[in-house]
Structures are given as structure tokens and as C-alpha cells.
Ligand binder design. Structure first.
Ligand SMILES: [Zn+2]
Length: 264
């Protein structure tokens, strides 16, 4: 049976009323859209200033940027500045109360000094094809550190990040030493407490990475954009893990940001 002739649900508009969008060949372009100058592409530039370091945090200011640029700078700080972290742990002996997995996770989160790693390749871009082999086989993109300790006296002994010893200091990669309390006594990260006879024999393979891969590669903690100053500069507050100094963090920030191009 034929459907009844109902009026169309969306009647088409008469041609004369249709809205015109875009520019047709015969339509002259407004003078404001005619580009008289050639497009220039320049690197983005920032100059961090008023750097104030207080304990494990520092603040700095950047002027002549938009809120979007400020958010981008925060993103670079968190996710794109390279740092070292222990990425693989080979456990040969562990008679402590901590399970292997728990211990490996604690070791992986220890910040490592990363000031001199510009020449060290990222393992993800290395030609060693690490994923198919034992990670420790590649000497190009790996730094080896060892944790060997045996409980030799009564009572508990603290095993800390200080006991993780680099095999060599080619790139000066070693656990960060903190002086956060009174500024004189070094503080180390506690891994586990052992008693007499308990033993740890662990080989750690550190790799170079960025916070975008895993938070353990991030050398900052919670960068925040604070208020603007009266002159319109953005104020940033950044917590540090100690892997890089404020000066190193800012020079990496300027370098990465300047690789992005500004189209005028
Ligand atoms: Zn490699």
C-alpha cells in the first residue's frame, strides 16, 4: 500500500533565504584577510626570571605569554624533561621481609641524579632492540647500579638508597642525596630494614626516559601556575625530586619550548 502524501518533516527553505557561508570566486575577499606580508616562522622564546629556591621547591616567573603557553610550560616540566630511573631489577638474593615485586617497585621510584645524561640515548630509540633481550645487555643506553648487603649485626639495619652503588660513574648517575631537614645531615630513602643473616643482592638497570612514559622519570613534583603579577607575568611553583637542579630544569624547559615554532 502506498504511504499517504505527508508534508516533509524538514521543508527545504526557499533558495533566496539560504545562508551564504565562505567566499565564492566572485566574492571579493575583505581587505583584512589579504596577507600582504610573507608568513614568518620563528622559534618560541621565553626568559624565566626571579628564580627563588626554597628547600625542595622553587618559583620562577615568565612574561609575555598567554595562559595556553603557561599550561604548555607546565606540561613540559611534568612530562618532557628527560631523567634517569631504574627500569629493570634483577634479584639474585632476597631474604628480607619484602617480596621481590614490592622491593622492585620501591627501587624503581628512587630519583637518580640526571645532570649529565644529554649524551646518553633513550632506550626506546636505541638500536639495541632491548625489549627482545635481557635489558642489561645494552651498554649504550643503560646504567648499572648494584644493591648488595648482608645483615651482620644484632638488631635492625636500614637499607636505604645510599646502598645502591653505581658500577661506574660514566654519567654520574646515582641515587639523589637529600639534605631537607637542617640542611647539613644527608637523608636517604628507606627501602627495607634487615636483621642479622638477611641478604639482598640486586642488580638495577637504569634507563633514560620522560614523565610521559612513567612518573618515575619526572624530575618535578606538582608544578603549579600561581597568580599573575601586576605586570602580567605568570608565576610558577615547582617541587623537585633532586634529579635536576632548578637551573638545569629551566634550561631544559627553554630548550624544549624553543623547538616549537611560532607562526606569524
Ligand atoms: Zn640500548
Amino acid at each position: 500500500m502506498e504511504p499517504p502524501n505527508l508534508p516533509p518533516l524538514y521543508p527545504s527553505q526557499p533558495r533566496g533565504l539560504a545562508r551564504q557561508t565562505g567566499f565564492y570566486p566572485e566574492t571579493p575577499r575583505p581587505a583584512s584577510l589579504i596577507v600582504s606580508q610573507p608568513v614568518s616562522i620563528i622559534p618560541k622564546r621565553i626568559v624565566p626570571k626571579n628564580i627563588v629556591v626554597t628547600g625542595t621547591e622553587f618559583t620562577f616567573q615568565v612574561g609575555d605569554i598567554t595562559l595556553r603557553d603557561a599550561a604548555r610550560l607546565r606540561q613540559i616540566l611534568m612530562a618532557e624533561i628527560p631523567a634517569m630511573a631504574i627500569d629493570c631489577v634483577e634479584i639474585y638474593e632476597n631474604t628480607t621481609i619484602l617480596q621481590d615485586e614490592f622491593l622492585a617497585q620501591r627501587i624503581g621510584l628512587i630519583p637518580l641524579t640526571s645532570s649529565n645524561i644529554s649524551q646518553l640515548p633513550f632506550s626506546r630509540g636505541c638500536d639495541c632492540h632491548c625489549p627482545g633481550k635481557l635489558l642489561s645487555e645494552c651498554m649504550k643506553c643503560s646504567i648499572i647500579l648494584n644493591l648488595k648487603i648482608i645483615g651482620k649485626k644484632e638488631g635492625f639495619v636500614n637499607v636505604t638508597s645510599r646502598d645502591i652503588i653505581p658500577e661506574n660513574l660514566n654519567y654520574q648517575v646515582k641515587p639523589v642525596e637529600y639534605t631537607i631537614f637542617d640542611g647539613t645531615v644527608p637523608v636517604y630513602i628507606l627501602l627495607v630494614r634487615i636483621q642479622m643473616g638477611q641478604e639482598l643482592d640486586v642488580r638495577c638497570i637504569a634507563k633514560k626516559g620522560t614523565g610521559a612514559e612513567h612518573a618515575k622519570f619526572s624530575s618535578v613534583a606538582g608544578p603549579v601556575i600561581l597568580n599573575k603579577t601586576k605586570t602580567g607575568d605568570f608565576i610558577f611553583s615547582v617541587g623537585m625530586t633532586g634529579a635536576l637542579s632548578p637551573k638545569e630544569l629551566l634550561s631544559e624547559l627553554v630548550l624544549i619550548y624553543s623547538r616549537e615554532k611560532l607562526i606569524l
